[in-house]
Design a protein around this ligand. Structure first.
Ligand SMILES: NC(=O)c1ccc[n+]([C@@H]2O[C@H](COP(=O)([O-])OP(=O)(O)OC[C@H]3O[C@@H](n4cnc5c(N)ncnc54)[C@H](O)[C@@H]3O)[C@@H](O)[C@H]2O)c1
Length: 445
């Protein structure tokens, strides 16, 4: 098997992917157009926080994992190139191919200029189905002057990882999907995953179009499941004695359902789920197929964000101190990423109501400050946030915040809205009005 691999696009996913390959014994050449990231890799320093990234880069950065801004190095120093550049959303909801096309043009040109017989290109970015067949392969044929499967092959190898858990996601995925232009190329990519993965995952080999569709379908299904759980959670809040956790824990054991992404609480956010949902709708429209379920998912998710705002405003009506403390700003724990984060959407709405907001997050304050500037106060600790607020909203399933809120000595009356029901109400004391999303609130309103 080929031990030298290149990764083009060292962003939130690509950098971790390169680091995982290096950790599992490959020699990796990373390519990015941002010099800051390239220098970081070569100096063995993580440019942002993602669990284990720092540790992996310290071990391999500048040694078996080197980086460059030159796409030619990917071609000349390796035989397989993974492309993991961003595919931002177009105004119609589809994914833009522009960064992939630009990367492939540089790589294709370098291959044409080289003396190499063969190269494998692996697209791992999320794309609109048919992009590989209709856009990427013709583009590569044009730039390389070669024919598919003669001078190069192409695979589509989507990633199913989530931010805050990227490295674990790459090393222990539930599944791997490989779309292949030839079985030889597919076997090479399978061998890489077999060496990289620690859990011997099922690997599904298929045509490129099926792999592209599988990626979009998987995320659309997950967001449907999340939205279902959110609807159930909202229902439980209205019915005396009801608790969404009791129900989802039980019915999630049914193999037809499964317990994952089935908690009920906040809207889904992040860089993938909201836009993948929209892309599915756009895709269905393109082929004249109705996508009412997924359209409803999109609406339910918007509603879930509005629901949280209503909940917080309702609690503020009953509270003397009108300051809202937000504990957790990122869209999931362990990441500084705040894209489409329910906490950020909540803050925007509270500010429109002229409500004073004090926010705390161990990783995401800088990104939040870049949006709201001085309109929001930033606490330097969770304790400071709690001390200065009349209503505290706990938005993340975070063990440290749970411990802190349960051990805090509350001297004034305060309302805590626990969006994922992670707190033990009994530990909070009688100064706290405890409100759980998804559970009938016994303290009554
Ligand atoms: N973020 C997620 O949770 C997630 C999960 C699954 C799939 N994906 C998909 O993975 C892809 C990458 O996502 P990301 O979050 O890592 O993106 P990102 O924006 O964090 O990183 C993209 C990187 O590509 C670099 N780049 C752009 N053009 C380039 C070029 N021509 N040559 C070399 N480098 C170039 C950028 O400088 C940047 O560092 C997207 O298609 C995304 O939809 C993301």
């Amino acid at each position: 098997m080929n031990e030298r691999i290149s990764v083009v696009g060292l962003g939130k996913l690509g950098l971790c992917f390169g680091a995982c390959l290096a950790e599992k014994g490959f020699k990796v050449v990373g390519v990015d157009i941002e010099k800051r990231i390239v220098d970081s890799v070569n100096n063995g320093i993580a440019p942002w926080f993602e669990p284990h990234l720092d540790e992996f880069l310290k071990r391999h950065g500048g040694k078996t994992f080197t980086a460059t801004t030159n796409h030619g190095d990917a071609i000349n120093m390796t035989d397989i190139t993974f492309i993991l550049v961003a595919t931002p959303s177009n105004p119609d909801g589809s994914f833009s191919n522009r960064f992939i096309e630009s990367a492939l043009a540089s790589l294709g040109f370098a291959l044409k200029e080289s003396k190499k017989d063969f190269h494998i290109f692996v697209i791992s970015s999320t794309v609109m189905p048919e992009s590989t067949e209709n856009v990427f392969i013709p583009l590569l044929e044009r730039y390389t002057g070669r024919k598919l499967n003669e001078g190069f092959s192409v695979c589509y190898d989507p990633d199913f990882v989530s931010l805050g858990n990227v490295i674990k996601g790459f090393l222990s995925p539930d599944l791997v999907i490989i779309g292949e232009s030839s079985s030889e190329a597919g076997s090479e990519i399978e061998a890489i995953h077999r060496q990289m993965c620690e859990n011997n995952p099922p690997i599904f080999r298929m045509s490129i179009i099926n792999a592209e569709l599988a990626k979009v379908a998987l995320n659309a299904y997950i967001t449907t499941k999340i939205s279902f759980a959110n609807s159930l959670a909202n229902l439980c809040e209205k019915i005396p004695g009801a608790d969404v956790d009791v129900i989802t824990r039980a019915i999630g054991v049914d193999k037809r359902i499964s317990p994952y992404y089935f908690q009920g609480g906040l809207a889904f956010g992040g860089t993938c789920f909201p836009r993948d949902t929209k892309a599915y709708i756009t895709l269905a429209k393109k082929y004249g197929v109705q996508a009412e379920i997924i359209q409803a998912v999109d609406r339910v998710n918007t509603y879930q964000n509005e629901y949280l705002v209503k909940k917080v405003l309702g609690e503020l009506n009953n509270t003397q101190d009108k300051t809202v403390g937000i504990l957790g700003l990122s869209f999931v724990p362990n990441t500084p990423v705040i894209t489409e984060s329910p906490a950020i959407k909540l803050i925007s709405e509270l500010l429109k109501h002229d409500i004073r907001v004090i926010a705390y997050d161990s990783l995401a304050v800088d990104n939040t400050r870049a949006i709201f500037g001085s309109a929001v106060e930033y606490a330097s600790s969770a304790e400071e946030c709690i001390k200065n607020a009349g209503v505290v909203v706990l938005t993340l399933r975070d063990a440290k915040l749970k411990k802190l809120l349960e051990e805090y000595h509350y001297s004034n009356s305060i309302t805590i809205i626990d969006c994922w029901r992670i707190l033990d109400r009994k530990k909070l004391g009688n100064k706290v009005k405890y409100v759980a999303i998804g559970r009938f609130n016994e303290q009554g309103r």
